[in-house]
Design a protein. Structure first.
Length: 80
């Protein structure tokens, strides 16, 4: 059973989650995330988190992506 977590920042290295949707936010960030493969339904895992939680490194679609908190806040996710 998956649990809902609305924030990527709540995840720890090794955790896996699925993008449910992209919330309303800065259009530029939304387009950038979509272009990098962060589309609804995609599964990703947390690789590393910086000491103060910003940025967060994730593995999605066989590549590494680093997100700042403000970018990650647009993602609505569920833990898998």
């Amino acid at each position: 059973m998956s649990s809902i977590s609305n924030r990527v920042q709540d995840l720890k290295p090794g955790d896996t989650a699925r993008v449910v949707r992209l919330s309303k936010g800065d259009r530029g960030y939304r387009q950038r995330l979509l272009a990098m493969g962060m589309t609804p339904g995609v599964v990703f895992s947390i690789t590393r988190v910086a000491p103060f939680g910003d940025p967060i490194e994730i593995n999605v679609r066989n590549f590494t992506l680093t997100l700042r908190k403000i970018e990650a806040d647009i993602l609505e996710i569920e833990r898998v």
